[in-house]
Design a protein around this ligand. Structure first.
Ligand code: COA
Ligand code: ZN
Length: 306
């Protein structure tokens, strides 16, 4: 483990967006607001609260303006995901001053998810960056399908770099490397991060993993070991992309917090309170959620008692 980098791991909680956008049943706005309040209470200072995409295509995110307006009462960086200028307009009008835009590296995935070519989405990212700079909006940019695409398979690092160079030129607050369907492995993760870190400061590289093949935590470790200190995660391992076949749950935040604390990093997150959010969400969704940490905590507590 390198000691050149910070001892704090900063977690961007994306469950309210990436977690819920793919759920077959709609989660009530008041339940989401309760989860938001509990997440803030657990110590999260950066939460992606929703997305301003087409509500007819992603009805789960139709209440994003309401969630955002409520989230503005908390002292947090509340991020709104956007894909086009109309999304920017809606998010800005609802009060968002921190956004995440998306560029898919894979041409097929870009068409499926965003209904535009990669070149067009880069042009849009450029226009959004200009507007964000003018409006004082913080912009992080996702580079999605950065390792594997559900349609095109393995993505060569050089293909990612061609896109990354254009986005780095926009001076984003962060560049988020996203394993959209959770098919990357740790050596690929380390390799790409090393290549990107030659082009932009490590402090501005973030990573986003899914746990489809049970490698979410291994990939997160690879990113951390490479020097990345900002990672997305989703409470309870909720998640997936409705336009990416095979995209299962995100890396569970509780697993990442557990790993980080065990390795001696600070996160500012109270794991017990985070597990309370997971338990509440399980009761709302009436099914068990995916993170594996809870079992270990319960076992640890049981062991401590006997
Ligand atoms: N919010 C609400 N409505 C939008 C919109 C947005 N961000 N973008 C476009 N629209 C509306 C337009 O106003 C237009 O409506 P009209 O026919 O009543 O005039 C209609 O949608 C079509 O507009 P168009 O510019 O052709 O949009 P599009 O279909 O190319 O939309 C996306 C592009 C990306 C916004 C859309 O495909 C989408 O929302 N996809 C969801 C992707 C997603 O959430 N993925 C997971 C996260 S990465
Ligand atoms: Zn995701």
């Amino acid at each position: 483990m390198s000691h050149l980098f910070s001892d704090t791991i900063h977690i961007v909680e994306v469950g309210l967006r990436d977690g819920f956008q793919n759920q077959p049943t709609l989660v009530a706005t008041e339940d989401k607001l309760q989860m938001l309040a509990m997440l803030v209470d657990a110590g999260f200072d950066t939460i992606e609260t929703g997305s301003f995409v087409r509500p007819d295509l992603v009805p789960q995110m139709a209440d994003s303006a309401e969630i955002l307006r409520n989230s503005l009462h908390y002292p947090i960086n509340n991020i709104s995901l956007i894909i086009n200028e109309k999304g920017y307009d809606r998010a800005y009008a609802a009060g968002s001053r921190s956004m995440a835009s998306v560029v898919m590296v894979s041409e097929t995935m870009s068409q499926q998810n965003s209904r535009m070519s990669v070149a067009k989405s880069i042009q849009i990212a450029q226009r959004l960056a200009v507007r964000a700079a003018r409006d004082g909006v913080r912009m992080r940019i996702y580079i999605s399908t950065a390792w594997v695409c559900p349609y095109e398979g393995q993505i060569a690092p050089e293909q990612v770099l061609r896109v990354a160079d254009k986005l780095i030129a926009l001076d984003p607050a962060e560049l988020v490397l996203s394993d959209t369907i959770g098919h990357a492995h740790p050596m690929q993760v380390a390799k790409l991060i090393e290549m990107i870190a030659r082009r932009i400061d490590m402090e501005r590289i973030s990573a986003h993993f899914h746990d489809t093949q049970a490698l979410g935590l291994a990939n997160a470790y690879a990113a951390i070991d490479s020097g990345v200190r900002t990672l997305d995660a989703s409470f309870g391992g909720l998640g997936g992309c409705p336009f990416a076949p095979g995209a299962k749950g995100n890396l569970a935040t509780e697993d990442l917090v557990f790993l980080a604390h065990k390795m001696g990093f600070e996160t500012g997150i109270d794991l017990g309170r985070l597990l309370d959010v997971v338990a509440f969400t399980e009761s709302v969704m009436d099914r068990p959620l995916g993170g594996r940490t809870r079992d270990q905590c319960e076992e640890a507590i049981a062991c401590a008692i006997v």
